[in-house]
Design a protein around this ligand. Structure first.
Ligand code: CMX
Length: 468
């Protein structure tokens, strides 16, 4: 029998627990949601942009060289992107914060990793959310995770050898049936309300992405055995993603998912996936159609698919050298790759001119959790050799590793070994960067994109005329 003191103690502890839960729920009820916060702040920003354009619209901000027209429009200052800016040496800043600053200053759910919900809030509003607001957003996203039956049926019907990125894009396009934006537009909604419908589509899409990715993973690699798993309405995004992929009660993998989702999200507006999403959205195609277009760009080997290419390239090397990770053997392999007219996957960048801080963040994760893992050692050994070889070859403007050089190794360690799935994870993360910009595009009334193009003959004429 319990003593009266023990009963009192247990009653007091139950009361304390109840009051803690009550205050947590109360905080959640009081915290302003992301949508309410955005609704409060965007009108002043939209007005400021209107005034800025009116006053300074004729100021020249850049001059374009012929080499830029032929060189993938590299570096031309002609895109508006609010969430992030990429410095060639320092790397990415999300609303002014570097990756270490994001990790330090935004709410976290685990020990070390930043969380994508908080980053989404920051990218859309420019403000740092509180823990309560971040939790509210987690719940909101989890509540939107259910897929319509036609999407799951469609995914289940696809051939297993169709690349996961193609499956991903198909599934996202099929969600067009759910688009509140497209329905509102068809019903003649006022321009001033576009952002509201775009917001709903973007959050619904973000909420559903883990379920889409996990179903592809389950169907293609695990005979559909994970298809009955459901998102937990009380879990955060990273934890739900880990759970849906079948990584249950693995806190380190969950932390990796949070880190992965955060660092792959946004890399300013000019990269192929971000620009494509923004471009297609500028025609007022719904967020579903716009993001699917961005995914098709991300699927390219020079962009997001590089993470798959890296793994395949690493395994080929590993098999050939049987543990010989010496400088000489790595150098030989690098030259073989280059002399075969191929790129070294995971190295180089269109903007960066130093080691990608996203690479460094992942390296630090590996150093903390599995410094002795063989594949990590191989990646580290290549890091010591590749920049020198690429510099000697003299073609790339950036001989340093990018984000894709490291991500696959981390996933391999935890047993997510199917490399052709890796770009799908990149795609889920990229949504956290490009969808907030779509909402901003509609809130600020951004124009349909329409740069000017000419034939080579016409450019020749132009060059002759401009030289005179
Ligand atoms: N290995 C070999 N050659 C490379 C190279 C690499 N890693 N990176 C660039 N080069 C070559 C280019 O192919 C180009 O050659 P050509 O003159 O024959 O066309 C030359 O060096 C100059 O290219 P650059 O101006 O330095 O780079 P770009 O802006 O044209 O391209 C990128 C950037 C990322 C496509 C390129 O570095 C590359 O192909 N890297 C390997 C693929 C990769 O890792 N992509 C992932 C990037 C990050 C992401 O988007 O996810």
């Amino acid at each position: 029998m319990l003593s009266s003191q023990a009963i009192k103690k247990s009653a007091a502890s139950a009361l304390k627990q109840q009051s803690r839960l009550f205050s947590q729920n109360n905080n959640l009820l009081q915290a302003k949601s992301l949508k309410e916060t955005f609704k409060d702040i965007y009108p002043a920003k939209a007005a400021a942009i209107k005034e800025f354009k009116k006053q300074y619209g004729d100021v020249v901000i850049d001059q374009v060289k012929l080499s830029q027209a032929y060189g993938g429009m590299r570096g031309i200052k002609s895109l508006v992107w609010e969430g992030s800016v990429l410095d060639p040496v320092e790397g990415i800043r999300f609303r002014g914060l570097t990756i270490p600053e994001v990790t330090e200053q935004l709410p976290k759910f685990g020990a070390d990793s930043p969380c994508p919900e908080a980053l989404l809030w920051l990218l859309l509003t420019g403000e740092k959310p509180s823990m309560e607001q971040t939790k509210l957003l987690s719940k909101d996203l989890a509540s939107r995770s259910e897929l319509p039956k036609h999407t799951t049926d469609l995914l289940d019907s696809l051939p297993k050898d169709l690349h996961p990125m193609a499956q991903f894009s198909i599934a996202v396009v099929s969600l067009e049936s759910e688009s509140k934006f497209s329905k509102a537009y068809a019903a003649g909604v006022n321009k001033g309300e576009y952002w509201d419908y775009a917001y709903e589509d973007c959050l619904n899409l973000l909420g559903k992405l883990p379920a889409i990715g996990a179903r592809i993973y389950s169907n293609v690699f695990h005979e559909g055995k994970l298809n009955n798993l459901k998102a937990d309405p009380n879990s955060d995004y990273g934890k739900n993603l880990a759970h849906l992929l079948g990584f249950e009660n693995n806190e380190n993998f969950t932390e990796l998912m949070r880190l992965y989702m955060t660092i792959h999200s946004d890399h300013e507006g000019g990269n192929v996936s971000a620009h494509t999403t923004h471009l297609v959205g500028s025609a007022l195609s719904s967020p579903y159609l716009s993001f699917a277009a961005g995914l098709n760009g991300l699927a390219g080997p020079l962009h997001g698919r590089a993470n798959q290419e890296v793994l395949e390239w690493l395994f080929k090397f590993k098999e050939a050298v049987k543990g010989d990770y010496s400088k000489e053997s790595i150098e030989k392999y690098l030259w073989e790759t280059l002399n075969a007219g191929r790129v070294v996957p995971g190295y180089g960048h269109a903007v960066l001119r130093k080691t990608d801080p996203r690479y460094t963040a992942q390296r630090e994760f590996a150093l903390k959790h599995f410094p002795d893992y063989d594949l990590f050692k191989l990646v580290s050994a290549i890091y010591q050799v590749a920049p020198e070889v690429l510099t000697k070859q003299g073609k790339t403007k950036n001989p340093w590793p990018n984000v894709d050089s490291h991500s696959g190794v981390l996933l391999q360690y935890y047993g997510l070994t199917e490399a052709s799935f890796y770009t799908v994870l990149f795609g889920i993360s990229r949504a956290f960067g490009v969808l907030p910009q779509l909402i901003l595009d509609r809130a600020y009334g951004m124009s349909i994109e329409r740069p000017k193009s000419f034939s080579t003959e016409k450019f020749m004429e132009l060059v002759t005329k401009n030289q005179k």
